[in-house]
Design a protein around this ligand. Structure first.
Ligand SMILES: Cc1ncc(C[n+]2csc(CCOP(=O)(O)OP(=O)(O)O)c2C)c(N)n1
Ligand SMILES: [Mg+2]
Length: 392
């Protein structure tokens, strides 16, 4: 049997190709719109109006600041866990911006920005991270597992790869019902090794599920580099194997991400079925606040990707177009800092969820056994069950 050619280790991953390629389906070459200096490649401008461009930029800056502050809260012991997205802002913001409000988003691990773009107030995001009494998940979910039903943002499943099945299935349900809905399903590079990825991709292509499967290839799955994850030359080409359009995009180029996702969404909406997108990006911090990436990767690799920062590139573009300057930057930073501070203060003012919520939402009526167990647990701390707190 022919031995597959090993791929270069992640530390040596070559920089995104500088070749200019405008968005089109079936592309294995890297699609990019902005060059490394934030200049639009000739003929590639997606033609977004200024207010939309500024929206994309502001969303990226906001989620970066939110990320920075939440990691600090975690280090101070004010939240238990956090999964940072530093360096991946463009991939989420650009792709979600290409969806209509009626469409659905099925996030994976690093798409908190999508929840906010879909209308999750910052205070609710912090409530979820703390798991306090105002958290709509009642403190039952791990931090970063936001959910926003009214924003068509599905609560993330921690189980890697299942987001693909969920997104494909939801899109299929919409198709069968005749709803004009497209689903954007996220996954990581690591998820391409999971069973659900293969089942979901196959099902989506065979039945023409109206979805966009968006893989954030951030080069790492905790400590496993992409070179150990897949022997395929690109992840994008896995779309070809399943018989669906696929595209490989510079994930740090918000305009390119927007353009390829928009094209994929339009294809799905017009009955053209699913598209597989590989967004090439990089996870600049640890997998989560529990991880120390210095134990398994070379800092030189991180430094290379710092130079490809998605926000710097977008800012250079906006400045070049006369849409941005230092004064506006300072004003935006100040406004975001105030917003995040207010969200933290409001969230920290809430107490923990009521003890009684431990036993609700499982049965229509709390069973005698659960009441007994709850009373026993609460008695350990000298508290008594508030019978009015749940339906009996
Ligand atoms: C089925 C399953 N196996 C293992 C894990 C543990 N786990 C959590 S995140 C993760 C890596 C995910 O990597 P990737 O898909 O590249 O996403 P990223 O964290 O890079 O965004 C693993 C293995 C899990 N949650 N689910
Ligand atoms: Mg990854």
């Amino acid at each position: 049997m022919a031995k597959s050619k090993p791929r270069a280790p992640s530390a040596k991953t070559p920089p995104p190709s500088p070749a200019a390629t405008c968005p089109a389906p079936h592309l294995d070459g890297l699609v990019s719109v902005l060059d490394e200096h934030g200049v639009v490649r000739p003929g590639c401008d997606p033609g977004l109006p200024p207010e939309r461009l500024l929206y994309l930029y502001e969303q990226m800056v906001q989620v970066r600041e939110f990320d920075r502050r939440m990691l600090m809260l975690q280090r101070q012991g004010r939240i238990g866990f956090y999964g940072p997205i530093l360096g991946q802002e463009a991939a989420t913001v650009g792709s979600v911006a290409a969806m209509e409000a009626r469409d659905w988003v099925f996030p994976a691990l690093r798409e908190g920005a999508a929840a906010m773009m879909r209308g999750l107030p910052l205070v609710e995001a912090v409530n979820q991270l703390i798991g306090n009494g105002a958290d709509r998940c009642k403190g039952r979910q791990m931090p970063c597992h936001y959910t926003l039903k009214e924003g068509n943002y599905y609560g993330m499943s921690s189980v890697i790869g299942t987001q693909v099945s969920h997104a494909v299935g939801a899109a299929m349900a919409a198709k069968l019902r005749g709803d004009d809905v497209v689903v954007l399903g996220f996954l990581g590079d690591g998820a391409t090794s999971a069973n659900d990825f293969h089942c979901g991709m196959n099902f989506a292509a065979v039945y023409g599920s109206p979805c966009v499967l968006f893989c954030q290839n951030n080069q790492w799955a905790i400590s496993v580099p992409i070179s150990k994850q897949s022997a395929s030359e690109t992840l994008a080409q896995k779309g070809k194997a399943y018989g669906m359009p696929f595209v490989r995009v510079d994930g740090n180029d918000v305009l390119a991400v927007y353009a390829v996702t928009k094209a994929a969404v339009e294809r799905a909406r017009s009955g053209g079925g699913p598209t597989f997108v590989e967004a090439v990006t990089y996870r600049r911090l640890g997998h989560s606040s529990s991880d120390d990436p210095t134990k398994y990767r070379d800092d030189a690799e991180v430094k290379v990707w710092e130079q490809r920062d998605p926000i710097d590139r977008c800012r250079a573009y906006l400045v070049g177009r006369g849409l941005w300057d230092e004064r506006r930057e300072a004003e935006l930073k100040e406004a975001i800092a105030l917003r995040v501070n207010a969200a933290i203060a409001a969230a920290e003012a809430h107490g923990p969820p009521a003890d009684e919520s431990l036993v609700t939402d499982v049965y229509a009526q709390v069973t005698p056994q659960l009441r007994e167990q709850l009373a026993e647990v609460m008695a350990l701390e000298g508290r008594r069950v508030n019978e009015g707190a749940f339906p009996l």
